[in-house]
Ligand binder design. Structure first.
Ligand code: SF4
Ligand code: SF4
Length: 311
């Protein structure tokens, strides 16, 4: 039975304790803060672990890293005068995210994620259930539009308004009025207009990373999905809830593998944290087989949807 929204996460807390119920969230916040700190301690303290910014940087002044979305815009804009190290930098980043899941960038690196997670939390607290209809495919159209814009302008035009770049620069060099406007705009968009509005519907970088991450080896698996009690808490916290049913009871009945196979999964781990039955776990690519007896099981399933307010 669906958990009333006021009780979201309580079963996990009771079953696993605070760290068990927030482990991946805490680790993500540590990694996100550490990445920003590593960019800052170079100019401030002369310790160059990461030099540059998210668009292009050096790791230990040796390994180049170039943002693939920026590189695609460069190609579209006809900026072919790049160095071999740029190609190497793109290859390093693409290989890394192709291995661990492209949208891990969203949950573990992108500074905008903190804003959108905060908006989702506020939305839940305020009990806002309505959402404007925006197709999740919009982000892929945005990706195409950014490239067309680059081709027409001969510039990295989208980068002038890219919230990821703006917020990242703001965190390193100080947030000006434009930065705060972007932060407020995304926050309000996610709270008022659409649930998980920016990241799961609009952001072209998220779209790009989902394409890169299609072959990823690191997956969220559902080894204990027969334990699922349909509380729906994972649907509530997952930024891409439509990807869950094939990994849960619906997939079990159809004999689908016990894994979240969609490349839209951000590897945020919120489903792992919030499930008191330990249905989810991080793992490597599964063999792709349902457990014996799972396929065709006549178990009750639930459709994707929001948790109900307690009456
Ligand atoms: S979808 Fe875009 S803004 Fe959201 S976390 Fe991913 S890259 Fe950042
Ligand atoms: S399936 Fe789990 S790890 Fe993937 S996006 Fe949803 S909550 Fe995050």
């Amino acid at each position: 039975m669906a958990t009333p929204i006021e009780q979201l996460g309580r079963d996990a807390l009771a079953a696993k304790g605070f760290f068990g119920a927030y482990k991946w969230l805490i680790l993500r916040r540590i990694v996100q803060a550490a990445i920003i700190a590593l960019f800052i301690i170079g100019p401030v303290g002369g310790v160059w672990v990461l030099k540059g910014n998210l668009a292009g940087s050096w790791l230990f002044e040796t390994v180049p890293m170039v943002e693939p979305f920026v590189f695609l815009q460069m190609l579209a804009a006809g900026m072919f005068g790049f160095l071999t190290t740029t190609l190497l930098g793109v290859a390093v980043v693409v290989a890394f995210y192709a291995l661990i899941g492209g949208r891990a960038y969203c949950a573990w690196v992108c500074p905008v994620n903190v804003i959108t997670d905060a908006a989702a939390w506020v939305r839940r607290r305020l009990g806002i259930a309505q959402s404007a209809k925006i197709s999740p495919q919009t982000r892929f159209w945005m990706l195409g539009a950014a490239l067309v814009l680059a081709a027409l302008s001969g510039q990295l035009a989208y980068e002038l308004v890219n919230p990821v770049s703006i917020v990242h620069r703001g965190l390193i060099y100080g947030m000006g009025a434009a930065g705060w406007l972007v932060v407020a705009g995304i926050f309000l968009f996610d709270v008022v207009v659409t649930k998980h509005g920016w990241c799961s519907h609009v952001c072209p970088m998220g779209a790009m990373y989902s394409l890169i991450g299609a072959p990823a080896l690191v997956k969220v698996r559902t080894p204990n999905r027969e334990q699922c009690d349909d509380c729906m808490e994972c649907f509530e916290v997952c930024p891409e809830p439509k990807i869950l049913p094939p990994a849960l009871r619906q997939g079990m009945r159809q004999g689908l593998p016990a894994v979240v196979s969609s490349s839209l999964c951000t590897r945020c781990g919120r489903c792992v944290d919030i499930c008191s039955k330990d249905v989810f776990a991080f793992g490597f690519l599964t063999t792709g087989k349902a457990k014996p007896g799972e396929a065709g099981e006549n178990a009750p399933g639930k459709k994707d949807g929001e948790l109900k307010k307690a009456s």
